[in-house]
Design a protein around this ligand. Structure first.
Ligand SMILES: [Zn+2]
Ligand SMILES: [Zn+2]
Length: 274
């Protein structure tokens, strides 16, 4: 059994109302040995006037204080780990490393939510992102920005939801054919592996696109290229979703020939048997 969910959001994220205590209690209830907090921090996030609360700025001092207290309180029941989901885009990538060394993180997910510091032009969630491009070009642009990010910063441990952009295609009948992007994934995964970085299986994809992120062909390619570091995360924003789809993630890992998954402590990988 997988005993750690390495991608969970609490009320420290702009888009979650779940209290850290209820997350810890839920992880204990579900039989996990570890509870990871990976709240959002997106530097210079372009806040829109319609959604002023969605600024994705993490109050690190309050976050650390709260988690340190809870870690101590729950030390006999579960291990509390201190993570962050750091949004990376080429505009801010050069500044990420410094931040990663400023706090005592156990684990940092680097994620692409924007390809540039503009919601309308950089966020694949918005139809305006796709203007002037085919969908294949739009996805390639997203993946290419991930390559740039990986080459520009080392301030993360695994890259989150690698093909997140495919969640939001404005035409839901458009088919995401992995072979249209295989060449760029090969570059991206080689860059990650050569830098000692991992990837995650993000099970939130199951409800959005029918399978976890990234596409199983990307996971196969990662393995073929020698990749070994795979964390598993639900990307839960409510406690009920913690550990969601982990049976599927375990099946996928085993089908690819993995007999372990990865957790992080003090930003060092540890491998646990499946
Ligand atoms: Zn994310
Ligand atoms: Zn997330």
């Amino acid at each position: 059994m997988i005993t750690a969910d390495l991608h969970v959001h609490s009320s420290f994220s702009s888009d979650s109302n779940e209290s850290p205590v209820s997350i810890i209690e839920e992880c204990i209830k579900k039989g996990f040995s570890y509870v990871y907090f990976t709240d959002h921090h997106d530097m210079d996030f372009p806040v829109s006037p319609e959604n002023p609360d969605m600024d994705f700025q993490l109050d690190f001092d309050s976050y650390i204080k709260t988690l340190t207290k809870l870690k101590e309180e729950y030390r006999d029941k579960i291990e509390v780990l201190f993570g962050v989901e750091q949004g990376i885009c080429p505009d801010v990538a050069p500044r990420i490393s410094e931040l990663s060394n400023s706090y005592p993180f156990d684990f940092i997910i680097g994620s692409s939510h924007l390809t540039c510091l503009s919601v309308t032009k950089g966020d694949p969630y918005y139809p305006t992102y796709y203007e002037g491009m085919t969908f294949v070009e739009a996805y390639r642009k997203y993946f290419e920005s991930e390559v740039t990010n990986v080459r520009t910063t080392d301030g993360f441990d695994v890259y989150g939801h690698l093909d997140y952009a495919v969640r939001y295609c404005p035409d839901q009948s458009f088919v995401y054919n992995f072979d249209d992007y295989r060449d760029i994934f090969e570059v991206l995964l080689k860059e990650l592996i050569s830098r000692g970085k991992g990837i995650e299986i993000n099970t939130a994809g199951i409800t959005k696109i029918g399978y976890p992120h990234p596409h199983i062909e990307a996971l196969k390619l990662y393995k073929e290229l020698g990749g070994e570091i795979i964390t598993i995360g639900s990307d839960a924003h409510v406690k009920e979703n913690i550990g969601y789809g982990f049976d599927k993630a375990e099946d996928i890992l085993k089908s690819l020939g993995y007999n372990y998954y990865t957790i992080f402590k003090n930003r060092k990988p540890e491998f646990l048997p499946l």
